[in-house]
Ligand binder design. Structure first.
Ligand code: HEC
Ligand code: HEC
Length: 258
């Protein structure tokens, strides 16, 4: 990475400072530990980074990923920071975080070269992708992984869990489109009963969405449950009388029933 890109990363950290509560940093510090005047093992940040800047950078990391210091450093959660080995690279997450810093710096460098429009520039940084989570997957990806490894009951529970923790935080898309996509993926794999459960959950969580009812209707249709499918399409039409697709599908299904 070029030194221009490196300094770009620094700028973003500064731009994010406004969002930070300084008290949070002090609270985590604990007795017998202070930020180093001279860090021992910096490979992306300049080696003479002042301690205020280092602290700010680490606070941006913890906030952006929704984690605490031991996620990336050698040390135990709940133990005083004086027992941590911050210069150590033994925690693989720290090595990944460094690569991410380089990547973010490269992207910032590329953005600078683009002829972007308007006067305001987005402060591209860790939070742009991470939104308070260590692995910035979409809701569909995350639930899909849970389904593959642990099945439908765990997937239903995982949805509620994520919703409780992240709703309104701009981390996952809890709109009617996500469960719809997941349900369609399951129908596509012939997992009809599981698809119906996901589509029902979508209807329950989005009771005014015509599209969610349509999704449920398609899952019933895929499972060969024609009456339920027609019933759900009728509900979709009630919720949105202009829903031409629902109208068309009712005709199709009723026609094929004769
Ligand atoms: C997302 C991962 C991540 C989190 C979370 C994180 N750090 Fe870091 N930390 C790093 C990386 C990466 C470096 C090295 C940066 C470099 O090489 O330029 C570093 C370096 C440091 C250093 C300098 C060590 C030295 O002497 O070389 C200190 C001190 C430090 N972090 C403290 C903290 C504290 C305290 C917290 C919690 C408030 C924290 N970090 C949270 C990734 C993280
Ligand atoms: C362009 C989007 C993007 C940006 C910007 C970004 N990340 Fe990431 N990060 C990802 C993605 C995607 C993954 C997950 C990759 C995977 O596991 O498939 C990830 C994974 C990680 C992980 C590993 C998490 C785990 O538990 O496996 C760490 C640590 C991390 N990022 C730190 C950072 C830090 C620190 C920054 C800011 C310097 C940052 N990232 C900026 C996209 C980004």
């Amino acid at each position: 990475m070029s030194s221009t890109a490196r300094s770009c990363f620094t700028v973003v950290v500064l731009a994010l400072l406004v969002q930070l509560a300084p008290a949070a940093a002090l609270a985590q510090q604990g007795p017998g530990w202070d930020w180093p005047d001279k860090a021992k093992n910096l490979k992306v940040l300049p080696s003479d980074t002042p301690k205020e800047k280092l602290r700010e950078t680490m606070m941006v990391f913890t906030r952006s990923l929704g984690v605490r210091c031991p996620y990336c450093h050698v040390g135990e959660e709940g133990k005083p920071l004086s027992s941590f080995d911050f210069p150590s690279d033994k925690n693989p997450k720290k090595v990944i975080a460094r690569d991410m810093m380089r990547m973010a710096g490269d992207v910032q460098g590329d953005l600078k070269k683009m002829h972007l429009q308007g006067t305001h520039r987005v402060a591209m940084g860790c939070q742009t992708c991470h939104h308070g989570r260590p692995v910035p997957a979409t809701l569909v990806e995350e639930l899909g992984w849970t389904y593959e490894t642990s099945g439908i009951d765990s997937t239903m529970a995982a949805y509620q869990n994520l919703r409780t923790r992240f709703y309104g935080r701009n981390a996952y898309d809890f709109g009617d489109g996500s469960l719809m996509e997941l349900g369609m993926n399951l129908s596509g794999k012939g997992k009809n009963d599981d698809a119906i459960r996901i589509m029902k959950l979508n209807v329950e969580t989005n009771p005014t969405s015509s599209r969610a009812e349509e999704g449920l209707a398609e899952a019933y249709a895929a499972a060969g449950q024609k009456d339920q499918a027609v019933h759900a399409f009728q509900k979709a039409l009630e919720l949105d009388p202009k829903n031409r697709n629902a109208e068309r599908r009712i005709h199709e299904l009723e026609g094929s029933a004769k």
